[in-house]
Design a protein around this ligand. Sequence first.
Ligand SMILES: [Cu+2]
Length: 174
Amino acid sequence: MAAIAFVGCAMGSSALFAHHVPGHHGSDIAECDCPPGVELASDAWVRLLPPTQPNTAAYMTLRNLTDADLHIIAAESPAARVTELHDHVQDAEGVMRMREVDAIVIPAHGKVELKPGGLHVMLIDMVEPLQQGQHVPITLYVEGFQDLHLHAPVQHAGSGAGHDHHHDHHGHSH
Ligand SMILES: [Cu+2]
């Protein structure tokens, strides 16, 4: 009897996986409504913080396929009352501190990585506490270019730039 129950369970779980569509809406994979010439080179994500923490940040890697440098000059999200572009710089005492920057540049035919300890989109004064797995809409404004509209899932830091699922459609590039 135990063996039959086990087989039934295994079949159930494989059927579940067969119906899982990676990247489908409602998953934990970021989506970008990016104009031609710009694409997400890694999943975008927003750091999950305790509800008492009013600020958080969004991270991603963006690739520029065009012949010109692209300057992200502003960001906006309905989840935060204030959104700023930040970098980390070392102060005179050697302490890394965040500071606002005028622009985040995606070099021509290159990419820029927004990551913890480096460049990031700062989400300040959240409208309501974020839940894990929730998607946060973020708009990035690019000088002389079309806007980038992202939906970035909320994740714990330490789950890396993504999640446990494999997703080979992103490929590997250098
Ligand atoms: Cu910041």
